[in-house]
Unconditional design. Structure first.
Length: 412
């Protein structure tokens, strides 16, 4: 077999042919592709942006085509090869068929324009159907888990609330969390903060007055069912205030605590950075993080206090009860708490502690009250509220001008 024929067969097998050009890292936005260029750099001049250097900065485009093609083939397939059926000559789901450029943009691939055109034209195929594992009915792992989560939410809200019929999903979430290093130790001496609305005439001096309510007084919250008392705190005082203060002016009690022992927590506020879609070695990790990002957003999104919150909180309550009562680490340890992002303050982090499992064990064995402060908090108007107020003022000024004009006209 001649060299030319061997090269042609190899080209057909891989599905692309790259032009004999060289590209530098600056032509790509994706950090992983930048690293591929750096690892294969052999030329001192970029053939696309004309960037030059004393040392090699540009790699053969073929070296970068390999991870790009891997990502494209992982998410798309030629309709016929994907097994897409036909009906009277038309593809079933033809509206989903896309072209190479659009498929690359959806990954997303962002790069210099001429470079993008060369990459798109390098592929033999031009029409693509979005799918996983090369089959039109296959789904990526994070999409399968998204559907499972939607079914879970529907089941616990409106089906069988007190039956863990989807415990497999929760166990898989726990496994992913541990694999990604999200089960962490909150060390002793960590500061925690809790805010309560101050009742006039109440001195607030003891742990019982600023701590969690007794079980008989515990209403349903984001993480706890009614009648089960969780200890809600924040990891900084600003977040603690933002979680409670909803009006412009409010009298509050700010209590600060210190952990006396290490706490084992599920940290949902520190998800790893999502790996590049072009990094084939981290494909499984990327799938897990993509799902967990949506999962965390779902259980921490703001809930309107319209009387339905006792229903809207149910999914996150079931998740919390699972991690409180059922979940065990690979070492057999139980969790003490969940750390989760604030729904009202960017970068804010909350920590909710589960009630002690042993009735002889008290929360004060783990937490120590450090100080209590009485404050009046005045919240500045948000940008949206300021905009509404400005429009109201303009409207009122127009009304006054119109009324003045009408009065002037009546005098004439």
């Amino acid at each position: 077999m001649g060299f030319a024929k061997s090269a042609w067969i190899e080209s057909q097998a891989r599905g692309w042919d790259a032009p004999d050009t060289f590209v530098c890292a600056e032509c790509f936005e994706d950090e992983y592709l930048k690293s591929v260029v750096a690892n294969h750099a052999s030329e001192k001049v970029c053939g696309y942006c004309n960037n030059t250097a004393a040392e090699p900065i540009a790699a053969p485009l073929s070296a970068v085509m390999e991870p790009i093609a891997g990502a494209l083939f992982a998410h798309f397939e030629e309709p016929g090869a994907a097994g897409l059926p036909r009906d009277s000559g038309e593809w079933i789901g033809e509206e989903k068929i896309t072209y190479t450029a659009d498929a690359l943009l959806s990954l997303p691939l962002h790069c210099e324009d001429d470079l993008f055109e060369d990459i798109a034209q390098a592929f033999h195929n031009t029409a693509w159907y979005p799918c996983a594992k090369g089959h039109w009915l296959s789904l990526h792992k994070h999409t399968e888990l998204d559907y499972s989560w939607e079914n879970f939410v529907e089941e616990v809200k409106h089906g069988s609330r007190f039956f863990f019929g989807t415990v497999d999903l929760l166990e898989e979430i726990g496994e992913m969390a541990e694999q990604l290093g999200l089960v962490k130790t909150v060390p002793a001496t960590t500061s925690l903060f809790r805010v309560r609305a101050a009742r006039p005439g109440t001195p607030y001096k003891t742990f019982e007055e600023v701590g969690p309510p007794p079980p008989e007084a515990a209403t349903a919250g984001r993480m706890n069912p009614a009648g089960i008392s969780y200890f809600y705190t924040a990891l900084d005082d600003e977040t603690a205030v933002a979680e409670v203060v909803q009006s412009r002016s409010m009298q509050i009690v700010l209590a600060s605590f210190t952990t006396k022992t290490d706490l084992l927590a599920l940290d949902l506020a520190s998800l790893p950075v999502t790996p590049s879609v072009f990094d084939e070695k981290q494909f499984d990790e990327r799938e897990a993080i993509l799902f967990l990002e949506g999962f965390v957003d779902a259980i921490t999104q703001p809930v309107a206090k319209d009387g339905r919150e006792h229903i809207d909180y149910v999914p996150s309550q079931v998740v919390s009860e699972f991690f409180s009562q059922v979940f065990r680490t690979n070492a057999g340890d139980k969790l003490d708490a969940i750390v989760y992002p604030s729904a009202v303050l960017p970068e804010g982090r909350n920590l909710v502690m589960f009630p002690p499992r042993d009735f002889s064990y008290k929360l004060t064995d783990q937490i120590e009250l450090r100080s209590i402060q009485h404050r009046e908090v005045r919240q500045p108007l948000s940008r949206q509220a300021r905009g509404v107020l400005m429009r109201l003022r303009l409207w009122w000024a127009m009304c006054r001008q119109r009324a003045a004009g009408m009065r002037q006209g009546s005098r004439l």
